[in-house]
Design a protein around this ligand. Sequence first.
Ligand code: PLP
Length: 355
Amino acid sequence: MHINDLDTPALLIDLNVMERNVRKMAAYAREHALRLRPHTKTHKSPELGKFQVANGAVGLTVAKVSEAEVMLASESPDLLIAYPLFGAAKMTRLTGVAAKSNVTVSVDSVETARPIAEAALAAGVKIGVLAEVDAGLHRVGVQPELFVDLLRGLAGLEGIELRGVAFYPGHIKGPDTDGLTRLSALISGLIAEARRAGFELPVVSGGSTPTMWHSHQIEGMNEMRPGTYIFNDRNTVISGACTMADCAATILATVVSTSVPGQFVIDGGSKTFSSDRAAADGFGVFLDTPEALFEKMNEEHGYVKHAAHTRKVGDRVRILPNHVCVAVNLHERIYGVRGDRVETVFEVTGRGKLQ
Ligand SMILES: Cc1ncc(COP(=O)(O)O)c(C=O)c1O
């Protein structure tokens, strides 16, 4: 099928770019003896998870237990749920996943770990945990001064296996040498402190897309979890971690109105792109006219200011989204394209899996 035969709006992935991103990251991880465990919240597709595993990933990361259920189809050797889980319904689903796959959960308190341990014991399954530390984002993670206390608490729980430490440096958004130096000192210091207290931490799992090429500079880290890197997006370009040529995802849209002078309107809005703003202006970049300003959105309409535009109703445009992960979650399928041909379709089975 030709791209022109697709109805719009549609999410396209340039397969050449996506495959190159996956292989380049695997090569980097290999070169630095880092285990690669990509976060699948970016593509939410077991088929793409399978592709990452076939190309160097040791396992996959998910945010939710419902995403873990979906990612079982990727046949990943194991899954990390990098999000605090709490509640009886979650425990039932978690032990269900653990019965089918090796699974590890990041926890930052004994309160969240204890029900996991109890559920694992009752179900007769093995569940690993990583002790999550707040590395500066101030989202989740035990405060560093309480890290060893958390390790002691986790080690005392029968039913779970303490496998290491997790952190997420989401506060480092661009080239930030000081931030990376502080992060490295924090992580290596915590590993040393844990060792003095008698804890070996086989897994030291961290990383993000903006910091991906600096992962080897974090002393002691042995596992990296970038997610966005598979497609990249405008935010990744702004972070300096990739160029426009490394961005695989675009939204194909149709011009549906040129009635207002100096403006055209496309058939996609916040339910197509999400309303995430980037550090730059607008909701995305038009590949052929980067000077056009994607200024405003309603749910199903995008307003584009472009004084000198020559667009006509029916014209097709391709737009690089600001934040691809949230855009993917809005689409039922991803069209994999090579040049102008649609080569394959990936079902976004994990979309809307929030529980
Ligand atoms: C815990 C965790 N690990 C890894 C990632 C992947 O980072 P990125 O989105 O920068 O690829 C995220 C992203 O939200 C995350 O929350």
